[in-house]
Design a protein around this ligand. Structure first.
Ligand SMILES: NC(=O)c1ccc[n+]([C@@H]2O[C@H](COP(=O)([O-])OP(=O)(O)OC[C@H]3O[C@@H](n4cnc5c(N)ncnc54)[C@H](OP(=O)(O)O)[C@@H]3O)[C@@H](O)[C@H]2O)c1
Length: 507
């Protein structure tokens, strides 16, 4: 049984933070642009700004009808900071831009170059568009030789943005704790899945974690406080803890006995790899975050408190809120919302010049209603699993993780609802038409591209439920891979289609 009290949760639910932001809205300042709106922080900032009456535009690399539906009244503009020619339109007429772009998912070898180039392109385009102000959320730390690549890259992004005529407000934060944040999910999985936890020596470095709700208060607070224009601030939660204490506190709250001990081995890639096998977060992201454990990340000054008087919550309260959201199945955004490294995977099935040659189709006629079948389709994966052949899906996911892929551990944001862009294990929702159609794009490591399509056709008295697997490859290895899997398709997809129909009867 968890050691946190139900009164803690009730208190957590009773205080919607939108109404606790200590500054007053200035909705007539002009249009506000949120970049990185498909990411963890950006996706939560948009609704808060909407609530305060701002005219908002979001910039995403892949706009979808779903975003427009999710955020009515918000203009969605396509822009890729690595392609400067795409930035003119999103920045046109913008007063203030939130810069929340981050390429961490590219992994340690690539994110730095991509992030600096993105910031430099964005700064130039913003200057050309006459943007009045930029607000950037980066990381804590000082540019010293021992600083991790991840943290120094975050600081260099700030310097790149600041090298312009536009005043930039920089907020510097350490670990963000909230439902769906990568750090929260890593700690949560390590504590709940392991009984013995060998730790590198540097887990005794200090950190000042901050809850996502306080980050949002500060982001909105600086927008609404002209005195913060062009300045840099450290933001942190109420507690300064070692990483070890953070894990111990979490274990204590969950009433879990986990034996934590120092291991005389500090090779981070190895820790990251092993951790990736038991947590939903892939190794390249864990590795970049773990590199940061070598540094103390504590606020140097609390100057911000005088201008934006936020009372940050404790680490414990941040955990309670995150767990509560999870239990209520109300996670709004997740680290996995941002697209994976191989962004070319985002090519849509219907955008391919020629549809893939390799397909497998399975169908079943049923008298279940289209709506109930669709509901059942929309619950697959995550904790619900993949019916009888779940072990095969898990094995495929585990093999993917072993070779550095996203694996099956990412699960789902919500057990009951799905939207375009959501992750389901090693798939991502590419298209969704309620009651009729669901298209998933594979994100596991493959010698090609794959999709899984679900269609429901209404024949009057009955419905046809169809599953179609698509595979595109140009290599011999890809073709061999497809043919090797054909016998398994029969087992897995027949089970899946029957399982979906059966699940309707159960619900
Ligand atoms: N999360 C934390 O724990 C934490 C802690 C401290 C500071 N921060 C800072 O907060 C900021 C936001 O972090 P986050 O956790 O929200 O990141 P995130 O979830 O990884 O999201 C990153 C966003 O950047 C977008 N992006 C990446 N490359 C792009 C490009 N070339 N052009 C346009 N958009 C691009 C992604 O869009 P796609 O979906 O198209 O990839 C995604 O929306 C970062 O500056 C980070 O340093 C975060």
């Amino acid at each position: 049984m968890a050691l946190f009290k139900s009164t803690e949760r009730v208190a957590a639910r009773e205080r919607p933070y939108q109404y606790m932001i200590p500054t007053s809205p200035v909705p007539d300042m002009g249009p506000v642009l949120v970049t990185g709106a498909s990411g963890y922080v950006g996706g939560r900032l948009v609704p808060v700004l909407m609530d305060r009456g701002y005219t908002i535009r979001v910039m995403v690399r892949t706009p979808s009808a779903c975003l427009a539906k999710q955020w009515p009244g918000v203009m969605c503009s396509a822009g890729d900071a690595l392609r400067p020619e795409t930035l003119k339109k999103p920045l046109e007429g913008i007063h203030t831009a939130f810069y929340l772009i981050h390429s961490l998912a590219l992994g340690p070898d690539q994110f730095d170059e991509a992030d600096i180039l993105a910031a430099s392109n964005f700064r130039e385009a913003a200057e050309e568009a006459g943007v009045k102000r930029i607000i950037y959320l980066g990381g804590l730390g000082d540019l010293t030789p021992g600083l991790s690549d991840h943290l120094s890259s975050r600081i260099r992004v700030a310097l790149t943005l600041r090298n312009s005529s536009i005043p930039v407000t920089v907020l510097r934060a350490a670990v963000i704790i909230g439902s769906g944040s990568a750090s929260y999910e890593i700690i949560h999985s390590l504590i709940t899945r392991l009984r013995v936890l060998p730790l590198p020596r540097f887990v005794d470095r200090q950190c000042q974690p901050i809850s996502i709700r306080d980050v949002l208060k500060y982001l909105v607070g600086v927008l609404e406080t002209p005195e913060t224009i062009g300045k840099s601030f450290d933001i942190g939660g109420a507690d300064v803890l070692t990483y070890r204490e953070m894990m111990e506190e979490f274990a204590h709250m969950l009433n879990r006995r986990v034996a934590m001990f120092h291991f005389p081995f500090n090779y981070i890639p190895a820790y990251a790899y092993v951790a990736s096998l038991v947590t939903p977060v892939p190794a390249p992201i864990i590795r970049s975050l773990m590199e940061g454990l070598r540094n103390n990340v504590v606020c140097r000054d609390v100057h911000i408190r005088g201008l934006v008087p936020v009372e940050p919550i404790s680490y414990r309260e941040a955990l309670v809120r995150a767990m509560d959201r999870e239990e209520q199945d109300q996670i709004r955004t997740r680290w996995a919302d941002a697209y994976p490294p191989a962004h070319e995977l985002a090519i849509k099935l219907r955008e391919m010049r020629k549809l893939p040659r390799f397909t497998a189709v399975y169908s079943l006629e049923t008298d279940q209603t289209a709506i109930s079948l669709f509901q059942s389709i929309c619950c697959i994966g995550g904790k619900e699993g993949w019916f009888q052949t779940n072990w095969m899906w898990r094995l495929r996911g585990f093999m993917d993780r072993l070779i550095g892929g996203v694996g099956i551990q990412r699960g789902r944001r919500s057990a009951a609802s799905l939207k375009i862009g959501d992750v389901i294990d090693f798939w991502r929702v590419e298209d969704l038409v309620s009651g009729r159609h669901l298209l998933l794009r594979a994100e596991m490591l493959l010698p090609g591209r794959a999709w899984l399509e679900f269609n429901i056709n209404d024949n009057g008295a009955t419905r046809t439920l169809q599953i179609k697997a698509w595979f595109h490859t140009r290599t011999l290895f890809g073709k061999l891979y497809w043919y090797a899997l054909v016998p398994f398709h029969g087992i897995v997809f027949k089970d899946l289609i029957k399982g979906i129909e059966k699940a309707v009867n159960k619900s």
